[in-house]
Design a protein around this ligand. Structure first.
Ligand code: SME
Length: 152
């Protein structure tokens, strides 16, 4: 099963159109994406709540770590570097934070609003190795840019 990104983008746009509340948008994106992605076992946002600090936001899956400094893990790297982190094998990522020991691969994307403020990161974790690819990066980056453009 592959993910129909045009359909997902359309669905998210229909649900989120006109909404600017960041948490409401995150909750809706996570719900749609988690149920649509065949290999994501944990799908969630971490929010920037203080300088260099991420705190858990809306998510689906088992419980996640509550606090992640920018200096730690895959999420911290995405926030610190402002770059997507595509990690096919978490064992090979120095400093990876194992919230669930079953996690084998992950993808983390920075999330900005249209004014260029970093709102947080989107984290997808999978129990399957190399579950995510460049298409996920491209498509999700485009969806996030549209959804969070006017987020406050
Ligand atoms: N694996 C992430 C931590 C978040 S959880 O797995 C939900 C990381 O290393 O940033």
């Amino acid at each position: 099963m592959t993910l129909d990104y045009p359909h997902l983008a359309q669905q998210i746009d229909a649900l989120c159109h006109g909404e600017t509340d960041t948490v409401a948008l995150m909750a809706t994106v996570v719900c749609e994406l988690h149920h649509a992605h065949p290999l994501s076992d944990w799908t969630g946002f971490y929010r920037v709540t203080a300088p260099d600090l991420l705190k858990i936001g809306p998510y689906q899956g088992g419980h996640g770590c509550l606090v992640i400094p920018f200096s730690r893990g895959v999420c911290g790297a995405a926030a610190r570097l402002g770059q997507p982190q595509l990690v096919p094998d978490v064992e090979l990522f120095p400093g990876h934070i194992a919230c669930a020991s079953s996690t084998r691969s992950e993808l983390v994307l920075p999330v900005w609003n249209g004014a260029g403020r970093l709102l947080g990161v989107l984290d997808l974790d999978s129990n399957t190795e190399a579950a995510f690819n460049d298409e996920d990066v491209q498509q999700l980056t485009a969806i996030l840019a549209v959804v969070f453009r006017d987020a406050v």
